[in-house]
Design a protein around this ligand. Structure first.
Ligand code: ZN
Length: 169
């Protein structure tokens, strides 16, 4: 298990089950990959351990710039829970969330964020930004990155390598 405690994503610790939930997020990411979308998968787990929402990246197919894996998982979780507040929930995602998705988690009062690969360019859990503990926001998300980071990152690297390769390669 590849777990990194580097970076600003902080006081959080892994918990039993984190790796299993991240494996499920990887399966969802592969659904995005199969559809030609950037392979990112996410799920929301309620405080009692039930998966209440799942999603994978699909902005191209949905013609929707907000159709990131995390947003779709949060929407599904809100519908399943009958509430836009998901207090006590943990969001698992294969890639460090962008600012939009992290802000959505703050709106939803998600308690924990567990992510796989770091995103040095857009990541908002300590890489490019840190919205997990912003004093300007009224909720802190306990974030932990690096869970199955190698597998999550490899999926993305392979996807972009294939996209760069010539068609006859
Ligand atoms: Zn996002």
């Amino acid at each position: 298990m590849a777990v990194s405690d580097s970076g600003a994503a902080g006081p959080g610790r892994t918990r039993p089950g984190d790796v299993d939930y991240m494996r499920r997020a990887l399966t969802l990411a592969r659904a995005a990959e199969a559809a030609g979308e950037v392979p990112v998968g996410a799920l929301v787990v309620a405080a009692d351990g039930r998966i209440v929402g799942e999603g994978w990246n699909q902005p191209i197919a949905a013609h929707d710039p907000t159709a990131h894996a995390e947003i779709l998982a949060l929407r599904a979780a809100g519908r399943a829970s009958g509430s836009y507040r998901l207090g006590g929930a943990t969001l698992y995602v294969t890639l460090e969330p962008c600012p939009m998705c992290l802000a959505a988690m703050v709106h939803a009062r998600v308690a924990r964020l567990v992510f796989g690969a770091w995103d040095p360019r857009q990541g908002a859990a300590g890489s490019a930004f840190d919205l997990t503990r912003s004093r300007s926001l009224n909720h802190a998300v306990d974030a932990f990155g690096g869970v199955l980071a190698d597998e999550c990152g490899a999926l993305l690297k392979q996807f972009f390598a294939r996209r760069r390769a010539p068609a006859d390669d």
